[in-house]
Design a binder for this molecule. Structure first.
Ligand SMILES: *[C@@H]1O[C@H](CO)[C@@H](O)[C@H](O)[C@H]1NC(C)=O
Ligand SMILES: *[C@@H]1O[C@H](CO)[C@@H](O)[C@H](O)[C@H]1NC(C)=O
Ligand SMILES: *[C@@H]1O[C@H](CO)[C@@H](O)[C@H](O)[C@H]1NC(C)=O
Ligand SMILES: CC(=O)N[C@H]1CO[C@H](CO)[C@@H](O)[C@@H]1O
Length: 910
């Protein structure tokens, strides 16, 4: 963005005088047929009168915020701008386009409309060319009223098939009976307006001072937004609430260490927004081509994609939770993670030998840190070759993995897609097999696999759009699993990454590698850090499926793991696309050991929870650079509340596993881990809900309190579902934190002390060994005594935290299965227990008890009682209890032998 407007500014200085005459001529000829200019009735308080020479034309009389960029392709000059029939007017502040569309734009017109069983279909056409090559002159619009709150519409070329993203979405053949939305089609020029019926406010409206363009390699459509509050649009590093002041976000999967507003590893063209009264809605464009989405303060959004079709879904909410469920119901609900994957994971890049790994495992175990999985980065491989290990330096690896397993722990290794193409023939099966089976992405001319460069040197890239590759990938994984029985796959470098541009031979000159328009992606060229867009996959060109590469690998890796281990798989992928969450989790990539990175982890986990990939976390304590004890302590405390918790470090940096720090820091980190392990039954239940019905495991305050605008920009605190609120310290040297307490009943999670939320900011004490956590009145949280692994903890007694609301009520639930069997929810092999508290009684209701095990209830804690009960009974039997200074009732249930698989009642008499 910046670059672009600097350029324009320069051109302006140099060319303004020279082109002045030319533009006047242009405008004259334009004026002659402008009798039917549509007058926009938008008030114009911001209208700038900067004395520009070319603004005499009425159709250019447009306020700054209403200007839609007519020169997205950069390098605008007044002459070039006006040659397009657009308006040229310098602007007072950064980002506002100098070259913008006039009020009258041709676009398409509607030739016919037909009602169908699922909604309506229309034929569109344009009669003149746009300023982009190869306009698609005829289009079809299909509008499907899929459900009461989900509208689906597609705009495509009825005469020539174009690329459509093959993710599984609901197939609907009949119109919903009633809908929360109404659709209006404007005929000339064509525009579509989707209105929320209950408020009569548009949530998607393309009737703007800008044309709709649909050319072969340039599709542009703009919509106004109901408000400036916008969330989503990943993968980018930014605050959680996006900036709508002239920001362009690019979408094209890229091996890119997190840098603000630059296109990163994944591609998620979905956003959620609020209207003026806090109703939420969502917009999803299902399109995998490189694109830009520009946000401007009108507020409005402009999509510019360079391929595929327009395949839009609009979700009407009205709550944020509804929108997220509707979105995830469209792209697919997240996979159910194995229970052990919610434990603590430890990794680093730079282990020199298997002895190094053993040393770390030993000191972690000696320190009694809860710890479930040891990981390996590329060090373990022989010469960085996939599906090999260095039998010399890492000769002990198979034994280490066996020992981990014997200890109830797990082992995960990294795998990159690049398969070395330079090993002697007959010496490296993954390449020989792949070549023979024809599973690699091919050069544009089909003469052989396209070759790039990654860690092992020259590599070919498996083409995951080819069904044969799925089996090839399984076979390679299976062969290696026979040597090192890994439990999970960490799929890195799958944007796919390439240290060369395009290939070892570069890319030829053609319209795919050098399209007429390139979105504002880092590197400036599609092939930068990846393969040539012209390279060939089984189904189509890389141009169309580039951003789906990591998604395809996630599917293949998930299937391979299932088939090999016959247990629930864990895949953690770097690159992702909508629907990847059905197969894998995500880590936030190569961050730094910095305080800023600590902060950005929160918008990061919130975004991926929106995107249906709830199993997400950053590299705790930071990947790049060297962490400090203070930073790593704060980070481990916060990480205890990430859905996915892994500490990972780069090569050359000092060790940062918990066991290397001072005794005081170790104690704090151990406490943080114990707190996490304590809460895992609750976390697991939240994953179950997300898996069966879509949901965010972690949420921003704004999505839980959408009527409270003070929450809209908050991203330094977050919630677990609607139960826990985490307010971490994110700055060096601070021992207090400023936190917002929404209007609700809260209790300090550690002490049980009541805190009244009045919808205001408070300062909370936060010494280095302490993280502020509040629990919302009305919650019942199932917990379990912590242990050094989840395998051990799962055998410990449960306890329930009952947190009463102001009117003495609370609800909660516990989902429990064996944590490792595939599809237990689908097959009903689980226990589901619902808890309610009211009228001084806690009651459980067993909804399902198909997983036969032992579930001993050890203790019940109650927050929110005002005075000490005189008696407590459980299932009618008198129970021992304490009532603390902080008014916490602790009921000792152990002697009463209560198994959670049977309903029980606890009553306290006041
Ligand atoms: C939003 O972006 C604009 C333009 O880059 C910038 O001036 C402004 O400070 C940003 N606002 C926030 C809240 O970051
Ligand atoms: C799924 O969520 C919706 C909306 O919150 C709710 O009405 C429905 O009962 C949920 N279904 C299940 C199976 O939990
Ligand atoms: C509340 O509990 C008391 C004592 O167990 C009982 O007598 C009363 O009927 C209950 N009230 C309601 C509304 O359930
Ligand atoms: C924003 C930021 O700090 N990004 C850094 C993340 O870490 C990588 C290295 O690991 C740096 O290159 C980025 O600058």
């Amino acid at each position: 963005m910046e670059e672009k407007f600097n350029l324009i500014f320069l051109s302006l200085v140099l060319l303004n005088v020279a082109v002045d005459l030319e533009c006047k001529v242009m405008h004259l000829s334009k004026d002659s047929n402008e009798n039917n200019v549509i007058k926009m009735d938008i008030p114009d308080p911001l209208k700038s009168n900067d004395g520009d020479t070319s603004s005499g034309d009425k159709s250019c009389d447009i306020s700054d915020n209403d200007r839609f960029d007519c020169f997205s392709d950069r390098g605008a000059t007044q002459a070039k701008c006006e040659a397009r029939g657009c308006c040229w007017k310098p602007a007072s502040s950064n980002g506002i386009p100098y070259c913008f569309y006039p009020t009258d734009n041709e676009g398409y017109k509607v030739d016919s409309e037909t009602l169908t069983e699922w909604g309506m279909t229309a034929k569109l056409s344009r009669s003149s060319k746009s300023h982009w090559p190869e306009d698609v002159m005829q289009l079809q619009l299909d509008v499907k009223y899929e459900t009461a709150s989900r509208l689906h519409f597609k705009i495509f070329d009825p005469n020539h098939a174009r690329y459509e993203v093959p993710i599984e979405t609901p197939q609907v053949n009949n119109k919903a009976h009633t809908t929360d939305y109404a659709v209006t089609i404007s005929k000339q020029p064509f525009a579509i307006t989707v209105t929320r019926k209950s408020t009569n406010q548009p949530v998607f409206d393309t009737k703007l001072n800008t044309p709709f363009i649909f050319a072969n390699q340039y599709i542009e459509i703009s919509t106004s937004l109901a408000n400036k509050f916008v969330y989503g649009l990943g993968e980018h590093r930014s605050s959680f609430q996006l900036n709508t002041t002239w920001q362009t976000l690019a979408f094209w999967a890229r091996d890119q260490p997190p840098t603000p507003n630059v296109n990163l590893y994944g591609d998620h063209p979905f956003f959620m927004s609020f209207d003026d009264i806090g109703n939420a809605y969502g917009v999803f464009l299902l399109n995998s081509n490189a694109m830009d989405i520009s946000l401007q303060p009108k507020p409005a959004a402009t999509y510019r994609t360079i391929g595929g079709i327009l395949d839009f879904y609009i979700f009407l909410g009205p709550t944020p939770d509804d929108v997220i469920k509707q979105y995830q119901g469209t792209i697919g609900y997240p996979f159910m993670p194995p229970y052990w994957s919610l434990g603590f994971h430890l990794c680093r890049y730079g282990y020199k030998s298997s002895d190094d790994i053993r040393t770390v495992i030993n000191r972690m175990q000696a320190g009694k840190f809860p710890y479930d999985a040891q990981w390996c980065d590329i060090d373990y491989m022989k010469d960085h070759l996939d599906w090999t290990y260095d039998a010399d330096k890492f000769k002990d690896l198979p034994t280490i993995v066996k020992d981990l397993h014997d200890n109830g722990m797990h082992y995960v290794n990294i795998i990159d897609p690049g398969i070395s193409s330079t090993q002697p023939k007959g010496s490296y099966k993954p390449y020989d097999d792949g070549l023979r089976q024809g599973v690699f992405v091919m050069k544009a001319d089909g003469s052989g696999p396209i070759i790039g460069k990654v860690w092992p040197g020259n590599t070919a890239y498996p083409d995951f759009t080819n069904p044969t590759t799925i089996d090839y990938w399984y076979q390679s994984a299976s062969d290696f699993h026979n040597q090192v029985p890994f439990d999970g796959l960490w799929t890195d470098m799958n944007e796919p990454s390439n240290f060369d541009v395009g290939s070892t031979e570069g890319c030829s000159t053609n319209p795919l590698d050098d399209p007429p328009f390139t979105p504002g992606i880092a590197g400036g060229r599609l092939a930068d850090k990846t393969l040539c867009a012209s390279s060939k996959h089984h189904t189509t060109t890389h141009y169309n499926v580039h951003s789906l590469y990591g998604h395809g690998e996630a599917i293949a890796s998930n299937l391979a793991l299932k088939k090999i281990r016959n247990k629930r798989p864990l895949v953690i992928t770097r690159s992702s696309f909508p629907s990847t969450g059905r197969h894998a989790g995500h880590w936030l990539g190569d961050n730094n050991s910095g305080w800023n990175d600590l902060y950005y982890s929160i918008p990061g986990i919130l975004n991926f929870n929106m995107f249906g990939i709830p199993l997400v976390g950053p590299d705790t304590c930071g990947f790049g650079g060297t962490t400090t004890e203070e930073l790593c302590t704060r980070w481990m405390e916060l990480a205890a509340f990430y859905p996915f918790m892994r500490n990972h470090n780069t090569i050359g940096a000092k060790d940062q596993d918990p066991a290397v720090f001072s005794p005081a820091a170790q104690d704090t980190m151990r406490d943080a881990l114990m707190m996490r392990y304590n809460l895992l039954p609750h976390l697991y239940t939240l994953f179950y809900r997300a898996h069966i019905n879509g949901s965010m495991v972690v949420r921003p305050l704004s999505f839980q309190y959408p009527k409270d605008k003070a929450t809209y920009a908050i991203d330094k605190q977050f919630l677990w579902s609607n139960t826990l609120m985490i307010s971490p310290v994110l700055e060096q040297g601070k021992t207090s934190v400023s936190a917002y307490l929404p209007r609700d009943t809260w209790f300090d999670y550690h002490s049980g002390v009541a805190v009244t939320g009045t919808g205001s900011w408070v300062t909370l004490n936060a010494p280095l060994n302490y993280i502020n956590v509040h629990v919302r009145g009305g919650s019942i949280i199932p917990r379990q005594q912590a242990d050094v692994t989840t395998t051990a903890a799962r055998k410990n007694p449960f306890n329930l935290l009952v947190v009463l609301s102001a009117n003495g009520k609370a609800t909660g639930e516990l989902y429990w299965d064996d944590g490792d069997t595939i599809d237990t929810t689908e097959h009903g092999v689980y226990n589901l227990i619902q808890f309610t508290a009211y009228n001084n009684t806690l009651q459980s209701r067993v909804q399902l008890a198909n997983f036969h095990t032992s579930m001993v209830l050890g203790e019940v804690d109650v927050f929110g009682l005002l005075s000490k009960p005189s008696a407590v009974s459980v299932n009618g039997k008198s129970a021992t209890f304490h009532f603390t200074e902080n008014k916490v009732l602790s009921i000792s249930v152990v002697p009463l032998s209560v198994d959670l698989q049977q309903s029980f009642t606890a009553t306290w008499t006041l």
